[in-house]
Design a protein around this ligand. Structure first.
Ligand SMILES: Cc1cc2nc3c(=O)[nH]c(=O)nc-3n(C[C@H](O)[C@H](O)[C@H](O)COP(=O)(O)OP(=O)(O)OC[C@H]3O[C@@H](n4cnc5c(N)ncnc54)[C@H](O)[C@@H]3O)c2cc1C
Length: 252
């Protein structure tokens, strides 16, 4: 269970828009909210009547308008709230935190994720001037007008992710580059092993993050990534080690 963040602020829902069958845009009025500028930055969102929070990527910040794009799946705390007429609701949001860190030597970027990673993939892709290959697994097909240049991939079946198999089949560009990936935790654990052991990538060349845990197998706990991220950074850990710690904490 995640505790409320004392640094959280409140924000008010000003718009709600369905972007596709499973993706809902929530626009918040969040005066005083300051972006880190890191393109995969996230906030902890606390919806009305709840004390637990869930993590969402800052899709955009325009003046005081903060946009979050929420995947609505079978059932869940934010999933259910996001499907209601929530305009006017007051929510809690934490300070943002991000982990994307492109090495200066990178000559290419590979981005992979499911719909939960789409907001970060779109922001990352628009923040770099390198050649980008991006793959997004979506049960809704392409999300119209969301991002250019992405390869949309169907999941193996509804509610399942096949991203690990996709990454294992990729041909990687030559030379130094950077690989960023997020999605279902078991898929991410598989790929961390693959890039480390099979491809021999340096830990500074990739960031692979478990954003949610499939309902098959043991239920993961909601754990705030912020203190784990901060403690890991303070201890000089790589992002890879920090996201391993985060996965472990969720399955303790
Ligand atoms: C750093 C970070 C950034 C993130 N950014 C985004 C984002 O921008 N947009 C976004 O939609 N999500 C994002 N996520 C993922 C999101 O926090 C989780 O999917 C979260 O569990 C959703 O909360 P919920 O209340 O809807 O479901 P919960 O109450 O947490 O879970 C209920 C059940 O649904 C399952 N479940 C959770 N998520 C999914 C899913 N996506 N598909 C299928 N089953 C699921 C759980 O295993 C559980 O069994 C991010 C996660 C992290 C760590």
């Amino acid at each position: 269970m995640s505790r409320p963040d004392p640094r959280a602020q409140t924000a008010t829902v000003v718009r709600r828009e369905a972007l596709s069958a499973h993706l809902v845009r929530i626009v918040l009025d969040a005066p005083g909210f300051v972006s880190t500028g890191v393109p995969d930055e996230w906030v902890a969102l606390t919806v009305p009547g709840q004390y637990q929070n869930r993590y969402y990527t800052v899709r955009a910040l325009d003046g005081t308008e903060l946009t979050l794009d929420v995947v609505v799946h079978e059932r869940g705390l934010v999933t259910e709230w996001a499907q209601t007429d929530c305009v006017g609701d007051v929510v809690g949001i934490s300070e943002p935190k991000g982990s994307f860190l492109l090495p200066p030597s990178a000559q290419w970027l590979v981005l992979v994720g499911d719909l939960t990673a789409l907001p970060a993939i779109a922001r990352i892709a628009s923040s770099v001037s390198l050649p980008v290959s991006a793959y997004v697994e979506s049960s809704d097909g392409a999300v119209p007008g969301y991002v250019e240049g992405v390869t949309w991939v169907d999941p193996p079946s509804p509610g399942e992710s096949g991203l690990a198999a996709l990454v294992r089949s990729l041909s990687w560009p030559e030379g130094p580059g950077y690989f960023w990936m997020a999605g279902e935790s078991a898929q991410m654990r598989d790929i961390r092993k693959h890039v480390r052991h099979d491809l021999g990538m340096a830990s500074t060349s990739y960031d692979v993050m478990g954003y949610w845990s499939g309902s098959r197998g043991r239920q993961a706990r909601a754990v705030d990534p912020r203190p784990i991220y901060e403690a890991g950074k303070a201890a000089g850990k790589s992002d890879e080690q920090i996201w391993d710690d985060y996965d472990r904490a969720r399955h303790e």
